[in-house]
Write a new protein. Structure first.
Ligand code: WQD
Length: 338
């Protein structure tokens, strides 16, 4: 069975391709290499022994999307990762985000809605909940006014998919990711942030390897046990497996609604200081850090209630925070010491 993975050379996409191949799916990757490289394709091949088919396509070009589906008319499912994801950049350049994340989704769905039956998995984000009133966050928590154009593209994306599923044979699962971290156990693929990392874990590993002088901890005056903000950090391989299980559910017509939504997290919240100390433990070295002011747009706390994913999807995250950090650290050391 052939599955299209857009953004399949990105961080979460590449790990998902590996898990799909492991389950016997044939994979076609679309990626425009804007935030990835051909090395990732080779990394995937090293792990699985099989190179996925690859098309270097920019999904903003409608004609290319149409041509792709003419060439590949046997796609049974689509996992759609391709998108821009830098929150700060989206505030500076909102139209880039609406074009990259919304136009591309529309062009894809225009092709898919003509198909007889198609399964669609969408990368959504816990950012849709904003600062939820109660922790842990269930899927029924209200979606709140987005704090950035990036967050808005995830909310609008979810709505577009619901509208299209209503009038087509498409079934969809929206996966709301919490904070993905880590790398494949082989260290053949992992996260490759462009420029200075905006996310906590890549900044930590780059500081530990000596690329950054010190980590800035954004705020220690939150209403949490140690004053630093709380997130739900999930191992990227666990997250990748959730995509495969969600896809299998749709392909087997086991979904109860045309569009289902699942939180994908560990269910455990960790503060920034807890992450730092866990990293120090696994790496055996002290991390230089200083406390600075809060970062604009950050919420105090966000961690998942994963009951729905556990019970209905039949998926549960397996890795501990330490294991995920260890894999991120192994990856950082491997790519810098090449
Ligand atoms: C985690 C915590 C920071 C960096 C964002 C997006 C979300 C999702 C993942 C994208 C926060 C603190 C961070 C640093 C720090 N999207 N921090 N020093 O903000 O929860 O989520 O990325 O792909 O939609 O909003 O993740 O890793 O940036 O931050 O203290 O140098 O670490 O303040 O509390 P976030 P993050």
């Amino acid at each position: 069975m052939k599955i299209l993975v857009t953004g399949g050379l990105g961080f979460i996409g590449s790990h998902t391709v590996v898990e799909l191949q492991h389950e016997g799916f044939e994979v076609v990757v679309i990626d425009d290499l804007s935030n990835s490289s051909m090395d990732v394709l080779h990394g995937i091949e090293k792990i699985s022994g099989k190179q996925p088919e690859f098309e270097n396509i920019d999904l903003r070009e409608k004609k290319s999307v149409q041509d792709f589906f003419k060439k590949y008319n046997d796609i049974s499912g689509v996992i759609h990762f391709a998108a821009s994801k830098a929150v700060g950049e989206s505030v500076e350049n909102p139209l880039k985000y609406y074009e990259n994340n919304i136009n591309t989704l529309v062009y894809l769905l225009q092709e898919l809605q003509q198909k007889k039956e198609v399964s669609f998995i969408f990368s959504s984000s816990c950012t849709v909940y904003g600062q939820a009133a109660t922790m842990p966050i269930t899927e029924s928590a209200p979606v709140q006014q987005a704090m950035s154009p990036y967050g808005n593209t995830k909310q609008i994306g979810e709505e577009i998919i619901r509208d299209v599923a209503n009038v087509s044979e498409m079934n969809a699962i929206l996966l709301r990711y919490f904070n993905p971290i880590g790398a494949h156990s082989s260290s053949e693929i992992g996260e490759l942030p462009l420029g200075v990392p905006q996310n906590l874990v890549p900044f930590i590993t780059q500081t530990a390897i000596g690329l950054r002088k010190e980590l800035s901890v954004y705020g220690d005056d939150y209403a949490t046990l140690d004053g630093t903000a709380i997130r739900d950090y999930i191992h990227v391989v666990d997250l990748a497996k959730a995509h495969v299980i969600a896809l299998q559910r749709l392909l087997a017509n086991k979904n109860q609604e045309k569009v289902e939504t699942f939180n994908i997290g560990t269910g455990t919240g960790s503060s920034v200081l807890e992450v730092i100390h866990a990293f120090e433990k696994v790496s055996g070295q002290q991390l230089p850090y200083k406390i600075v002011g809060r970062r604009e747009g950050d919420v105090t706390s966000a961690y998942a209630n994963t009951d729905k994913a556990n019970n209905i999807l039949g998926w549960k995250s397996q890795s501990t925070l330490e294991e995920a950090l260890q894999s991120a650290w192994n990856w950082e050391q491997k790519i810098r010491n090449k």
